[in-house]
Structure formats: structure tokens, C-alpha cells
Design a protein around this ligand. Structure first.
Ligand code: NIG
Ligand code: FE
Length: 389
């Protein structure tokens, strides 16, 4: 958007940069936006002139949420599966195949409408960057079109052809891995930034995951991984070994997993997805253990029709604080700067000069209210790329 914009009269500004620890908080602040970027941050009393002005009215402003893990390209829902779980059925991931059937049967426009609806929902809840995975097509054509549609909405797109082995390959998983590494990757890669594998009992074992991720890396994709969600396993350590940007879920961790994530040379983020534990009525990951060990933690929604049908980062922040013993500051950092780290981005998740101008104005005086007032629509205004939404 042309012309400068001053967001003024900010009572509490979360910058995730220099300032009061740990969120780089500045009080009575203002932010100048030019050409979609943060041009200046400082005391409101010294704010420069601008073409337009938004008066935050003393409210809190923070960087837009960075949701680094979402599965938005699908058709149908699995509300009945959710109801069965709430009546005591366990979550196994087996319902993924139900969504695969519905997704294959959907038109491009139906898939596109779902992506846009969920992306719009998330934006209204303060999410300014959202990663989008494929993984409910599981044929060459359906994975390619899932990513083509995802790429219309986000640059952070992830090829998850290795979500589960589809039923037509049930008795020959090696052949399916060959398909994923060969023609499916070739068709998907032009639309994808990342590759991901669901490394779990019942999905892909560590040898298959290693082979698929290596093929993705060779095709120029960055690595991320679903690991240690339903039980212990070798996924987290595989992710660290491969230099994955993020290992996601991290619900069942050994001491060796935590040590690997906390290693001095580790750049892999642990992304926690508390919406999945909420919606599958499972024990939450031990965020305190990770944070106390020095691991970089991100929070994301995992928005999908099976294990976590929420697009709300404020909900995830509230869960992380109440159920995972993260402090409100740790949770807000993980949902903004942490998500940016999980996507290897340094231009988002912060409000410092040069960063992308993605800002959220709260209907509250402090970021604390995100967890203190759960379920309340506290997002007053979203500015994305410098443009009020
Ligand atoms: O991240 N765990 C694997 N994939 C999704 C769930 C997908 C589904 O149940 O449809 C997840 O939780
Ligand atoms: Fe997921």
C-alpha cells in the first residue's frame, strides 16, 4: 500500500526485539509503516508524521501470529469422529483416509473455498502468516493440485505426500514411498517450499521418513517433520540430524530427544500443537521440560479436520499457558517469533525496523489478556504487509 501509516498511542508494544524482556516490550509507543515494512519504532511522543494514522487507544499491539503448521487443503469434516472420541474412542490417525476420499472427490473450487474460508478465519484471529500442507490427496495429481491451491494463499507450502500410505498401496508401502520420492515429488515441488513426513507407527517408519526427506532436500525443499505425536519414536532425532527447521507435536519425548533439540548446534525448533491434544483428549507435551532445557519452542494450530479443527492462535496460546505451564510471555513469543523461527524467517514475528509490517491491535491493554480472557474475540485490528485488513 502506498503512503506511510502511523500506528500510534500503543499502551504496550510487543516487539520481540530489544526492550523489556522477554518480549521486547515498549510502553506508550508508536510504529511507522512504509512500503509494507516497519520503518520506525519508538516513543509515541516522538512519532514522525505520516499520511495516515491508526489510534490504538492505549491498547496492546503485537506482531501478527505465525501459524507454522496447518493442513487447510481438504474436503468434508470429521465431526462424528470427534464426537466418538469425546465418548471415549482413541485417536489413531486412521480417519486421515476418510478425508483423503473426500478430498479426491472434491473440485478445485471446493478445495479453494475451504482454504480461503479457513485462512480468513485465521486472519480475523490475528494470523498474518500461515503455513499450508498438502497430504489429503496422496496421488500425483491430487498432491500437485493441493499445493497449487495452497500456493495461491501462502508462500509457506509443504508437500506432505507421506501423510499416510493410501489404502490402494496398503500392502506395498515401499512402492508408495517410491511414488512419493519420484513422480509425486516432481509434480509437487514447483509449488512447495517444504517437505514433511508423518513419522509415526501406522504412518511412516524412520527409514521411510529418512528416504523421503532426503529426496525432498535433493529437490531443494526444506525439511519439517510430524514426530513423536502418538508415541515415542526416532522422528525427533531424525529431524535434528537432518537439520529440519522444525519437528512438530513432540508429545512423547525421551531425555535423548530433549538433549538433541537442546544441542548447541541444533537449529531445529520444537513446534507444539496443543489444539491436537485438546481435540484428541490426549496428554499435552511437556513444554516446561523443553523450555527449561533451552529448546526453541513454537506454537501452531495444526488446523485440520481430524485432530485439531481450530484456526485460532489465541486459543492455542491460552491452552499453552493453562495446560502446558508456559508463561503468557513464552506462549506469545512461541506463537509469533517462535513460528517465524520454525519457518526460518527473520522478517516476520518481530516488530523492528525492516520487518514486514504485520501487526495485531488487541481489544485489551496487555498481551496477558490472550490467555487471561480465553475464548473472547480480542483481535480488534489486523495489519498485514502494512495494509489494514
Ligand atoms: O498433525 N498427525 C498427522 N496429521 C494431522 C492429523 C490429520 C488428521 O487426523 O486428519 C496432525 O495431527
Ligand atoms: Fe499436522
Amino acid at each position: 500500500m502506498s503512503g506511510s501509516l502511523l500506528v500510534d498511542n500503543i499502551g504496550e508494544l510487543v516487539t520481540n526485539g530489544p526492550g523489556e524482556d522477554p518480549l521486547g516490550i515498549r510502553r506508550d509507543a508508536a510504529v511507522l509503516v512504509e512500503d509494507g515494512r516497519v520503518a520506525w519504532v519508538g516513543a509515541a511522543a516522538y512519532a514522525p508524521a505520516a499520511d495516515r494514522r491508526i489510534d490504538a487507544g492505549g491498547a496492546a499491539v503485537l506482531p501478527g501470529f505465525v501459524d507454522s503448521h496447518a493442513h487447510l487443503v481438504f474436503a468434508g469434516d470429521r465431526a462424528a469422529e470427534f464426537a466418538a472420541r469425546m465418548a471415549g474412542q482413541p485417536y489413531t490417525g486412521g480417519g486421515i483416509r476418510t478425508t483423503v476420499g473426500a478430498t479426491r472427490a472434491a473440485t478445485d473450487d471446493e478445495l479453494r473455498a475451504t482454504v480461503r474460508r479457513l485462512r480468513g478465519e485465521a486472519l480475523r484471529q490475528g494470523t498474518t502468516t500461515m503455513e499450508i500442507k498438502s497430504g489429503y490427496g496422496l496421488t500425483v495429481a491430487d498432491e500437485a493440485r493441493s499445493l497449487r491451491i495452497a500456493a495461491e494463499t501462502s508462500t509457506e507450502t509443504t508437500f506432505l505426500g507421506a501423510h499416510v500410505v493410501p489404502s490402494e498401496y496398503a500392502d506395498r508401502p515401499d512402492d508408495y514411498v517410491g511414488l512419493v520420492c519420484g513422480p509425486m515429488l516432481a509434480a509437487a515441488a514447483p509449488y512447495a517450499t517444504w517437505i514433511d513426513v508423518f513419522c509415526e507407527r501406522g504412518a511412516f517408519d524412520v527409514d521411510h521418513a529418512r528416504a523421503i526427506l532426503a529426496c525432498g532436500q535433493a529437490a531443494g525443499l526444506g525439511v519439517r517433520l510430524h514426530a513423536n505425536q502418538l508415541g515415542p519414536g526416532a522422528g525427533v532425532q531424525l529431524g535434528v540430524e537432518l537439520g529440519a527447521a522444525s519437528v512438530d507435536h513432540c508429545t512423547h519425548l525421551s531425555d535423548a530427544d530433549v538433549d538433541a533439540l537442546a544441542g548447541a548446534h541444533t537449529t531445529t525448533v520444537a513446534t507444539l500443537l496443543p489444539g491436537a491434544e485438546f481435540s484428541t483428549r490426549s496428554p499435552y507435551p511437556d513444554a516446561r521440560r523443553l523450555l527449561d532445557a533451552g529448546v526453541t519452542v513454537a506454537l501452531a494450530t495444526d488446523c485440520n479436520p481430524g485432530s485439531s479443527y481450530t484456526s485460532s492462535m489465541p486459543f492455542c496460546v491460552a491452552l499453552a499457558v493453562r495446560e502446558m505451564r508456559m508463561t503468557p510471555a513464552e506462549a506469545v513469543w512461541a506463537a509469533t517469533a517462535g513460528g517465524a523461527r520454525a519457518l526460518r524467517r527473520d522478517d516476520i514475528g518481530v516488530l523492528t525496523p525492516g520487518a514486514r509490517a504485520d501487526l495485531v491491535v488487541l481489544d485489551a491493554p496487555s498481551y496477558l489478556h490472550l490467555a487471561y480472557r480465553p475464548g473472547v474475540p480480542l483481535i480488534r485490528q489486523v495489519i498485514r504487509n502494512g495494509a489494514p485488513q
